[in-house]
Design a protein around this ligand. Structure first.
Ligand SMILES: Nc1ncnc2c1ncn2[C@@H]1O[C@H](COP(=O)(O)OP(=O)(O)OP(=O)(O)O)[C@@H](O)[C@H]1O
Length: 237
């Protein structure tokens, strides 16, 4: 069974169709890349999947259960967590306290939450920063902090929205290695990313959105050799 089934999802903002009849499935343990030109509807789809927007039409089925009508906190408790394009840590709190916020979705004990947070800081390589103020971290470490915070919610499915945006090549490489390590932990991931080389490298499959519609789906090789994708997306780079 697929971990996530997106079934004919549409999202309208007034007359604008941000997502239009989008359907695909994500299998357990894989990395699904989600690409498309600016304004193609990628973030809107993340919002529809994770309960931030109710889809105007269609349904999202996670682990065999419809997400219809569920708020983001409930969706997160069921095992789906997402990052945001703009990283906004709780700047005046320590790094470990930021991650504890995620862990408190799973435990009421502050001690357990701290232990869980430290565990995730190790996964992302930030344990040496645990006592620092989150607001003082450089951008590359803020991104890792964001990933640690969502990992602390113990997701089965992680949705990463342009987590490499604004990073230099060395920082991006760190995040790529982190995404691959998370895959090694058995966590399924869906990744929005603009850099084509990166998305080709990390994805098992890729879905391409264009003007809100699913334009193509396939392996990285199938996507780069798809003439529609080249015309709509690669041609616009
Ligand atoms: N809350 C909203 N209200 C009205 N229109 C919206 C809203 N959110 C998104 N849109 C519109 O929906 C379309 C898709 O936007 P979305 O942010 O999902 O695209 P995207 O593929 O994530 O773009 P980018 O790559 O630039 O982040 C755009 O035309 C955008 O202006």
């Amino acid at each position: 069974m697929a971990i996530l089934e997106i079934k004919h999802v549409s999202k309208f903002f007034g007359g604008l169709s941000a997502n239009s009849d989008v359907s695909f499935e994500i299998q357990h343990g894989m990395i699904m890349g989600l690409i498309g030109p600016n304004g193609a509807g990628k973030t809107t789809l993340f919002n529809c999947i994770t309960g931030y927007y109710p889809p105007s039409k269609g349904d999202v089925v996670f682990d065999g259960r419809s997400m219809h009508g569920l708020q983001p906190d409930k969706v997160c408790k069921l095992g789906m967590a997402r990052t945001w394009q703009k990283v906004r840590p709780l700047a005046n709190m320590s790094v470990v306290d930021n991650v504890m916020v995620g862990a408190l979705c799973r435990t009421g004990s502050l001690k357990n939450a701290r232990d869980m947070a430290m565990e995730q800081l190790k996964v992302v390589g930030l344990e040496h920063r645990s006592g620092f103020l989150a607001g003082g971290l450089p951008i590359g470490e803020r991104k890792k902090l964001e990933v640690a915070r969502v990992l602390a919610t113990q997701p089965k499915l992680l949705l990463l929205d342009e987590v490499m945006g604004g990073l230099n090549p060395a920082e991006s490489e760190d995040i790529i290695q982190l995404i691959l390590a998370i895959k090694g932990l058995g966590i399924t991931q869906m990744v929005i990313e603009h850099d084509m080389k990166t998305i080709m490298r990390i994805s098992d499959r890729i879905v391409v959105l264009n003007s809100g519609e699913k334009l193509a789906e396939g392996s990285p090789q199938e996507i780069v050799s798809n003439p529609d994708v080249v015309a709509a997306y690669l041609g616009s780079e």
